[in-house]
Design a protein around this ligand. Structure first.
Ligand SMILES: [Zn+2]
Length: 140
């Protein structure tokens, strides 16, 4: 008999998360960068995992990276996704060294490969913000 392990409660949205989404709303991908050691980080957090400093600034990403890995979702978990599945969810390693999870655009998921150069594109949401996705890289 297996034990049932309940899902943990969702991570609360912090003002750091809100700042990340505010950058997205302007069509820019921004990540935190440590003011002491220069290490970039994502997801947003208060302290540098490398040096422990709590001094940081938002810096604009180049928006370019490479596919680190991905998964393909074959079962829609809600009605909003019924028209787009199956779809790929990527983990992209950005030029700054951080990794970000986002959807795929402008490429069939069957053509994905590890290391594929990609760039960020934004799509507007009804609430006025924008959601980042990645497509095969066009810029150099
Ligand atoms: Zn640091």
């Amino acid at each position: 008999m297996s034990e049932f392990i309940p899902n943990p409660p969702p991570r609360p949205v912090t003002y750091l998360d809100e700042q990340f989404w505010q950058h997205c709303a302007t069509g820019k991908l921004g990540f935190q960068c440590c003011e002491q050691c220069g290490t970039w980080r994502h997801i947003p957090r208060y302290m540098c995992a490398k040096c422990g400093s709590d001094e940081w600034a938002w810096r604009e990403s180049t928006g370019r990276g490479e596919v680190y890995t991905w998964t393909v979702c074959y079962m829609p978990m809600s009605r909003e996704f019924e028209t787009i599945f199956p779809y790929a969810v990527l983990v992209v390693e950005m030029e700054e060294g951080v990794r970000i999870t986002a959807g795929l655009r402008e490429l069939d998921y069957q053509e994905l490969s590890i290391g594929l150069p990609v760039e960020v594109v934004f799509e507007p949401l009804a609430d006025g913000t924008q959601l980042p996705f990645f497509r095969p890289r066009r810029s150099t």
